[in-house]
Design a protein around this ligand. Sequence first.
Ligand code: F6R
Length: 609
Amino acid sequence: MCGIVGYIGSKTASGILLEGLKRLEYRGYDSAGLAIINDGGLVIEKAVGRILNLEKKVGPIFGSATVGIAHTRWATHGAPTETNAHPHLDHSGKIALVHNGIIENYASLRKYLEAQGVGFESETDTEVLAKLIGHFYTGDNLEQAVRSALSEVQGTYGIAVICADQPDRIIAARKGSPLIVGIGKNEYIVASDASAIIEHTNQVIYLSDGEMAIVSREGFRTITLDAVPVTKDVQQVEWKLEQIELGGFEHFMLKEIFEQPESVRMCMRGRVNLREGTIHLGGIANYARELTRAHRFVFTACGTAWHAGLVGEYLFEDLARIPTETEYASEFRYRNPVLDDGTVICAISQSGETADTLAALREARDKGALGIGIVNTVGSTIARETDAGVYLHVGPEIGVASTKAFTGQVTVLAMLAAFLGRRKHLSPANFQNFICALDQIPGQIEKVLEQSGEIRRVAEKLAGRENWLYLGRGYNYPVALEGALKIKEISYVHAEGMPAAEMKHGPIALVNKGMPAVFIATHSSQYDKILGNIEEVKARGATTVAVITEGDSEICRQCDFCFTVPKTIEPLEPLLTIIPLQLLAYHVAVLRGCNIDKPRNLAKSVTVE
Ligand code: F6R
């Protein structure tokens, strides 16, 4: 949510900043801006909309500067206008600031500054922080002024600051919003995530909350907000450049849907060992006893990750026989949950930065629960604030609509459930069956993906429909929720997902002629029941679409359209049944002319509550 990039080195800053912004655009794309220092003064340009609009406005004057900061915005305070776009300036026009996060006490700070005669141009909380830094700045104390301003601030921030008086440095600080410093050869890049850095270097340091970096061409220092020096370990980012490029696909979402055979393989690599009949999860190895003895698991997450958590709940109860709940992170943290020593809180998050999930994790750990993470982004805040965890290793997810992260999360949950199950009462034979089935999933996903053309043809027939129902039972109930979320977030059609049986308790009133009702109707334990549900909506004129098990001619006859998945064991079905629904959402959105990778009002990585 919002992207920051800053550059200091010997190259042309504006080029690197604009490239960095394009890489970060998935984090927010309402408006963008950049500031450089040229001939002792700040030069700023801003534009509403995409980075390309900003690029067109950046003139030759930006050419010679070798230091600058830039930002792509997802609006919180104030509409997406040029005035509200970052960077924001202090009253003297010498200090420029870009900011991710929210300054919660901005209204009182603004009042205070206005009383001192400071004027404001924008409606943003960020401008208040810029003006506050200026308020403390006396001409040669930039670092001190930033620290003083931050000590007055409540809320979250990841910031980068430059000052025309001190063109040899960028000051960066974080609390609650991620910030990384990329270390090149006599050049440094400050960014809100690694995608803006890896083209230049894979050596980085991750700032922690309450830390500040003073970055120059010669090196950097890290300190706390009280000016106590901190030593940071330099870490290596494993992402490859091609992972964050389209590589011939039209959209990142489609690329990531098609990456799933490989991303699920990567997720299992070195963990599932068929020959030895074991699952090895290095990240939780030291806590295996505590996890096995836990009397309750709570999964907490948001959006797609929450849907994965729901699948995990079924897996944990089924395989590991541990009572498990899945909680919306935003609700969980504010409702004084009952937690104790034997409870394990498990935060599931692709980005590892989602504010609600992080807050829920902190709340639960404060109450004594052991905290584990199922996270994709290595080094992210949630990953660092858990006692132990399992990374997804599915590679960077750039498409705003989450796809390969979902299958990665379900794969990790399946491995974890089987691992704990085996340590409790899952027999060696049942365990072996389970991991054999898991091992086949990547190849089976490949088969499902072959139907993309057919799914597109069905999408052509249904793309005009405005209301959709997604229905599933058991393990496929969370898939129904996820299918509905996918289509609504990228196609802007109204879709509801629910347990198929719940439909009769109200939502069936919505069903009218031609309404698409998408069933996940595999040949599993509730097959007969779902057949009945299909009849119920057909009788009311719905257009029925079903995801079925290969070779099931009965449902094929009953439904208007069918997509097939290969046979697997029921607990692993979500890894296959979600694929046609991701493709259906994608093709409908393309046909409706929607912006697939930049859906309206959304942004990747929701770092505000
Ligand atoms: C949906 C989507 C969101 C995220 C949610 C959690 O496609 O991407 O619902 O799943 O914002 O994000 P993470 O997993 O980064 O915590």
